[in-house]
Design a protein around this ligand. Structure first.
Ligand code: PLP
Length: 431
């Protein structure tokens, strides 16, 4: 057992640099977080070594008595963290990621070429919800299933539930998917349930982004009305990188077997037990009052950033946020999301360019997505968010200036103030 620093100084150096990068800068990527040391220890534990295809008590390998206990503990904690009754809900904790969890859920519930409806990619939906472009099917969910995305209302930025209902009546999806990667508002599950019931569709929520908020009960509860709830575990939930599938047991008698079979052997091999250990730790943490406070603060922080940006008359999708993210439409300023992402990168502010509804091309996204989960994990509150919003405002002003005059003074001053000027100057040339 030679420690990493000795066994592989090259990789250790990269780990050190990445650790520095994560703490040196401001992390505003809405799908990321800073997980706890305890989660990382579990994630890097001896469970890495074990094969355990199958389920607790029914494995294809020997030596799984400890792994069985771990997986059952993780399942129990998953139900507890989301306030679920084990008689009504079951959970599979083996998905390697959110994408596999979603595909396994489709595999369990419907047949190839059946129909699905999810929020369109340009409107904030995720790739795995049936995304395609006019030129190509970009996700396995649109390659293997027929997909008709629904949209937001371009004037309000809110999901257009009326249009969704009309199209669902025509398209008759087998699964109606809700949940998103870039939607700043809460979901109307009562309306979605009604629409799903018109055709007897399954209602599936992908709560990947907001699962921490759901656990803390600071957003609408998908479990009241959905049949299936999938999630990643590493966004607002603050766990290791993985996925979970919750299924309503009483809706259909064999759904439990179908979900479990879809995860393994249909879509995956042996579970990553080290990750399951990390998830178990994260779920224990998510059930604490401290986590609830954290989730409440995430929403307060997001609202603060939104309010500060609105003071400058910037355009935000839906003019604000109910959750952990703000989607900032830069098109009225004549700027692209890529440009602001680069300027922020130079200033050690990490965020991502993002399509905004109505974008003509997915390759030139007209906005950026800003999330507060990671900064809230670093104990930042409203006063810090006011500063962060000011940094973002300055980034945009620099972008505007750069657009007006190449090599502008404002831009040069900005670069000069930064350490590592060589690197910054190089990045600047790419703007
Ligand atoms: N679902 C949603 C809503 C997401 O935003 C994401 C990722 O960002 C995923 C699923 C996919 O998760 P993963 O990257 O773990 O496959």
């Amino acid at each position: 057992y030679t420690p990493l620093a000795e066994a592989d100084p090259e990789v250790q150096a990269l780990v050190d640099r990445e650790t520095y990068r994560q703490f040196r800068g401001l992390e505003l990527i809405a799908s990321e977080n800073l997980t706890s040391l305890a989660v990382m220890e579990a994630n890097g534990s001896m469970f890495t070594n074990k094969y355990s295809e199958g389920l607790p008590g029914a494995r294809y390998y020997g030596g799984n008595e400890v792994v069985d206990e771990l997986e059952v503990l993780c399942q129990k904690r998953a139900l507890e963290a989301f306030h679920l009754d084990e008689k009504v809900w079951g959970v599979n904790v083996q998905p390697y990621s959110g994408s596999t969890a979603n595909f396994a859920a489709f595999t369990a519930l419907i047949q190839p070429q059946d129909r699905i409806m999810g929020l369109g990619l340009a409107d904030g939906g995720h790739l795995t919800h049936g995304a395609y472009t006019p030129k190509r099917k970009i996700s396995a969910s649109s390659i293997y299933f027929q997909s008709l995305p629904y949209q937001v209302d371009p004037s309000s930025g809110l999901i257009d539930y009326d249009a969704l209902e009309k199209n669902a009546i025509l398209f008759k999806p087998r699964i109606l998917i809700c949940g998103a990667s870039a939607y700043p508002r809460d979901w109307d599950f009562a309306r979605l349930r009604k629409i799903a019931d018109i055709n007897g569709s399954y209602l599936m929520m992908d709560m990947a982004h907001i699962s921490g908020l759901v656990a803390a009960q600071v957003s609408n509860d998908p479990f009241e009305l959905c049949d299936i709830v999938c999630t990643t575990t590493h966004k607002t939930l603050r766990g290791p990188r993985a996925g979970l599938i919750f299924f309503r047991k009483d809706k259909e008698s064999d759904v439990e077997k179908r979900i479990n079979d879809a995860v393994f052997p249909a879509c995956q091999g042996g579970p990553h037990n080290n990750t399951i250990a990390g998830i178990a730790v994260a779920l224990k943490q998510a059930a604490t009052p401290a986590f609830k406070e954290y989730a409440v603060q995430i929403v307060k922080n997001t609202k603060t950033i939104a309010a500060e940006l609105l003071k400058h008359d910037y355009k935000l999708q839906t003019e604000g946020s109910d959750n952990h993210l703000v989607l900032w439409d830069l098109r009225p300023l004549g700027l692209t999301g890529s440009k602001i992402e680069k300027i922020c990168d130079i200033a050690h502010i990490t965020l991502n360019k993002n399509s905004v509804p109505g974008d003509k091309s997915a390759t030139v996204p007209g906005g950026v997505r800003i999330g507060t989960n990671a900064l809230t994990s670093r104990s930042m509150y409203e006063p810090e968010m006011v500063k962060v919003a000011d940094f973002l405002h300055r980034a945009v002003q620099i972008g505007l200036q750069a657009q007006k005059e190449a090599g502008s003074k404002l831009l040069k001053d900005f670069v000069q103030k930064l350490e590592g000027e060589g690197e910054a100057a190089k990045a600047l040339k790419q703007l």
